[in-house]
Design a binder for this molecule. Structure first.
Ligand code: SF4
Length: 594
């Protein structure tokens, strides 16, 4: 990559923490670091801005989505000819610069024909955009590591720092959801603490587990990390001048020790207020229409899935916003010109879903949305029809497995037959179904994984996308606390990382980790073909919403050519056993209509 040789950077000295600001108001900046999906604005910093400015009027809060800022900086710089990509980058992207820029234009709403009507073009754009993100994420991660090791900061790192300093913060909050954001978040935090003298706080849902480890991995990055709800701890930290002692939910260093205070959870989450997106320019995001994330609850009412750590961020609580509050939030967003929403709750229970749908209809809100849930029989055809009528375009269902023994071991509380019924009823109601699948759960045999493939194949008419993963043993998950129940007889640290790294494990029965990975690879061609529009659509969840809202009923399921699981099963069993796999680029394809 070549960048402008004369870096247009001037590092202004910011106002220091502790010194009186020239303005009466104090200035807090909340940042969402790169690089992750740039299709809609981050919710967490918008929620914190609203709460802090209401509760502490002496503070003015600036929110910076540094992720979208960097995407625009790079892509607009490339378009103006100020930044050029190397041949190696083009090879990694599998596309030239013109294709990348066309993808950016189509995703910005400047070529609806390419986005909504040309699955072949969408696939090219989707792959190019994902690869572009990966190339720059890797580059920035490497540059952060070099800087951490004492090297000079790169041009891009300095540019990111400069963008944050423009807001002249007196305190800084860094909110992160994905582990990919951690290196840049840590770089920003350390820089601001050491060179700008700011107090820096970290928070966000990626700090569910491994907070103490992070404090040791990046010892200079933050004055405190906040877990659980961010609102109350952030307010307490601002009140204390950044001193975390006594702040519930804070973790900090005392010399070589790391101290962590348990989080407390406010029951009435309506009291936190609605997110403030008023300073967000939705047209800068890479979605043809604005999409906003909203949270209607905190935590998960189920909290029994043995592989899961997501619900930990809300403690053992499940708290709902009142429907009046939700409708107010939606109306406010509609007034701002947004009518597509992702409800990013861990899951929405059927009883609540139907009340939500009825309230949306009663308020005459013309919106489209998607959400996550668990497919059980309480989703009746009537409830699903009500949801569809209220604007529900698709649901991400926690299917996980098509084998009942594995589902029971996972603690899902679902029945294979009932799941199939819910998926077909949802489809009949006009809702698209995306399903999560886990490959290689402890003790799972190749035959049991084949049951999952068979389930997907049999119910293919009702499934529009598969979100898949190989089982990963998460520290803090119920499995990690009761290894014997899952026949795990050995656990080790496979690869260290900022949040505690990846765990290896050995199971007394079922496939090994390596065999699970081989099975997964063998099944990928089948998984990919479930999308009725383009194979990369499900990688961009906000795009899937827009596409279903526009083209949902007209999508053609009959041409997907989903491979037969029997062919896959043969192949993955062979690979799992260490035998040479049949030489074939793609498993045989059978049209659904055949
Ligand atoms: S996987 Fe979903 S339903 Fe299960 S405990 Fe986790 S958040 Fe709840």
């Amino acid at each position: 990559m070549s960048l402008p040789s004369e870096a247009p950077l001037t590092f202004r000295a910011p106002a220091r923490t502790g010194a009186r600001a020239p303005l009466e108001q104090r200035r807090l900046t909340l940042v969402f670091p790169p690089m992750t999906m740039p299709t809609s604005p981050p919710l967490g910093i918008a929620m914190l801005k609203a709460y802090i400015e209401r509760e502490m009027p002496q503070w003015r809060v600036t929110i910076i989505d540094l992720n979208i800022w960097l995407f625009r900086f790079l892509l607009e710089g490339i378009e103006r000819g100020e930044i050029s990509l190397t041949d190696a980058m083009h090879r990694r992207m599998g596309a030239d610069t013109a294709t990348l820029l066309h993808a950016a234009r189509a995703f910005s709403g400047l070529d609806d024909e390419a986005f909504y009507q040309r699955p072949d073009v969408y696939d090219l754009h989707g792959r190019t955009f994902l690869n572009f993100t990966e190339v720059f994420r890797e580059m920035l991660t490497e540059e952060c590591a070099q800087w951490e090791a004492g090297g000079e900061p790169s041009y891009l790192l300095k540019t990111l720092v400069e963008r944050v300093l423009e807001s002249q913060p007196q305190m800084l909050g860094v909110s992160m959801i994905f582990s990919e954001q951690l290196p840049i978040g840590a770089m920003l935090g350390r820089w601001m603490r050491e060179q700008a003298g700011l107090k820096v706080f970290f928070g966000g849902s990626c700090f569910t587990e491994g907070v103490e480890h992070f404090m040791k991995w990046y010892p200079k990055a933050a004055d405190a990390i906040v877990t659980g709800d961010g609102e109350l701890p952030l307010k307490a930290l601002l009140e204390s001048g950044g001193n975390p002692r006594g702040v519930a939910g804070a973790t900090w260093r005392e010399g070589e020790e790391v101290v962590r205070l348990p989080a407390s959870y406010q029951k009435d989450i309506d009291a936190f207020g609605a997110p403030d997106f008023s300073t967000i320019d939705f047209s800068r995001y890479y979605s043809p229409r604005p999409v906003a994330a909203l949270l209607l609850s905190r935590g998960c009412y189920w909290r029994k899935c043995t592989f899961c750590v997501h619900f930990h961020s809300a403690g053992d609580t499940y708290r709902l916003h009142s429907l009046d509050n939700v409708i107010e939030m939606l109306k406010r967003m509609v007034d701002q010109g947004v009518r597509h929403f992702s409800f990013v709750d861990e899951m929405i229970a059927p009883g609540h879903f139907v009340r939500l749908a009825q309230a949306i209809r009663a308020a005459n809100l013309d919106i489209a949305y998607y959400a996550l849930s668990k497919p059980n029989k309480t989703f009746t055809p009537e409830i699903l029809r009500e949801m569809a009528a209220s604007g529900c375009k698709y649901i991400l269902w926690g299917l996980e497995s098509g084998n009942q023994r594995i589902l029971d071991l996972m603690g899902k509380g679902t029945k294979v037959d009932e799941v199939a019924e819910v998926l077909h009823d949802a489809r009949a109601a006009g809702i698209h179904n995306h399903v999560y699948v886990i490959c290689g759960f402890p003790t799972e045999t190749p035959e049991e994984f084949t049951d999952t493939l068979d389930f997907l194949w049999k119910n293919r008419d009702a499934i529009s996308a598969i979100h898949r993963s190989v089982f990963s043993l998460e520290q803090g998950s119920p499995i990690s606390k009761d290894l014997a129940k899952f026949s795990i007889d050995e656990v080790w640290l496979r690869q260290d990382g900022p949040l505690g790294g990846r765990m290896g494990y050995r199971c007394a029965s079922g496939v090994t980790m390596e065999q699970a990975a081989a099975q997964f690879q063998a099944a990928l061609p089948m998984f990919r073909r479930f999308n009725p529009y383009a194979q990369y659509m499900a990688n961009f969840r906000d795009h899937a919403l827009l596409l279903y809202a526009q083209r949902g009923p007209t999508l053609d399921f009959s041409r997907r050519g989903i491979p037969m699981p029997s062919a896959l099963a043969l192949r993955h069993v062979a690979e799992a056993a260490g035998a040479p796999a049949p030489v074939r680029d793609e498993p045989e394809l059978i049209n659904d209509a055949a």
